[in-house]
Unconditional design. Structure first.
Length: 124
């Protein structure tokens, strides 16, 4: 497991370096004294839906892991929250997309994903 986590960290570092300054992307921040295992590599963009569609059309398996914030899930309806009660959480839910990240992903495959993301932003 340690080797798999280290490989995901390597992939995350490649993504972050190669996607720095691309479009309006926000990559996961690095926090001193915290080491992520990058179970997901989550980007934020104001163009999430269009980017997701473009990447899928170009063979990149992206996922939106949390499209509905917890407070708006049907199982929490009895708490009485409504859209607008947690605007930051809702903005994140509307802007996040996860790139492929798993230990077996090769550097060449990372480059393919990065190239597709860059191609999208070159066209918009």
């Amino acid at each position: 497991m340690d080797a798999d986590n280290e490989r995901r960290r390597e992939i995350a570092k490649l993504y972050s370096e190669k996607l720095a300054g691309v479009g309006d992307l926000r990559t996961p921040p690095e926090t001193p004294n915290l080491i992520s295992n990058y179970h997901h590599y989550v980007l934020r963009t104001g163009q999430r839906d269009a980017l997701e569609a473009f990447l899928k059309e170009n063979g990149v398996g992206v996922v939106i892991h949390y499209p509905v914030p917890v407070h708006l899930q049907p199982s929490y309806a009895d708490l009485g929250y409504k859209k607008g009660d947690m605007p930051i959480t809702e903005a994140y839910a509307d802007s996040i997309v996860s790139l492929p990240i798993f230990p077996e992903l090769t550097n060449e495959q990372v480059d393919t994903v990065v190239a597709a993301v860059k191609k999208y932003f070159e066209q918009v």
